[in-house]
Design a protein around this ligand. Sequence first.
Ligand code: LLP
Length: 386
Amino acid sequence: IAHGRARRAPPWWEQRRETLLRLAAQGTPRYVYDLATLRERARALGAVAAIDRRYYALKANWHPAILRALAAEGFGFECVSAGELAHVFATLPELEPERVLFTPSFAPRAEYEAAFARGVTVTLDSVEALQRWPDLLRGRAVWLRLDLGRGDGHHAKVRTGGSAAKFGLPLARLDAFLEAARAGDLRIVGLHAHLGSGIEPAAHWREVYAELATLAERIGTVATIDIGGGLPVPYLPDAAPFDLDGWARDLAVIKAAYPQFALAVEPGRYLVAECGVLLLRATQVVEKDGVRRVGCDAGMNALLRPALYEAFHGIVNLSRADAGATMVCDVVGPICESGDVLGRQRALPAATAEGDVLLLADAGAYGRAMANTYNLRALPAEDVIE
Ligand code: LLP
């Protein structure tokens, strides 16, 4: 079967080579974010009429310029820790608490206390929380995160539903939760499900909405249904972009079937992945047992996704954009682990040499956010292009 190359707009960075090389000269590793691309994604999501509330999952990338740009586009924020809550309000002091969602996993009680004190919307996901903290929860209105019994996503490690995952109240315990809530004077005003990240099946979100809406009708107090994030982006060169128009049509149909609820989403990756690139500098080119490796000044410490999920990020040599002959090589980092490979069997210019600047594409989501100082290597710098 011949797969036609999917129609994708050329990435923003193809037009920004000189700027990126100038930034790289200030030091690598370095993440660079293009706000125009971010706004384009934000406006595309903003135009999906069926959606009433949009929360950006800032775990994907909490750079202040990104948070400010998304707030200006009408986004609220989904936070998972007291640290994220503090950061979002420090960055956006005017932000109304109603625009913030707190959706933690196994967080300590003190973080729930902090969230209630700020007046943000809090999501619970276990009966045990109600049993242990009745004093904290009495009289509150909260959202309930459900596990719909299945997970989905680009890798087993990012699927957040089903019995193997730690997230969400299983449906079998819903009645127990509702009973404990009634006894504890707690009102469920939102239902929430986020079943994974990088989800391909287009029907996923409308199915989640339908399932939650059916349950919400039964519960009777629910005003908002949150169908999570998980929208995919095309990392592979011939992958098709996410069909946002088809998604919008889907959501309009299902929303019309249950119009009494406000529909909320909380995407991270979709908004920021393609607006970010990681710039590295080649350190050494070495051949061993027939494998050529291009080493870089950062690897899994700066971008963990390939090592953790075997995730694919396009790699180009920015310093030799129009070089002719190519070679096949692995692109590796300087970390003392065999898994420190950024890309396998990639085509790079045959002339690639020490000092060249390499660009890793689509690195704006879960890139800098998951960077670490393993081997005592410094965290990557960050720049924003307006
Ligand atoms: N809502 C909740 C409750 C979440 O846990 C997440 C992501 C999101 C929303 C946003 O999901 P997104 O739209 O970005 O798929 N580090 C992994 C992804 C982990 C996602 C964690 N939760 C990666 O690099 O692929």
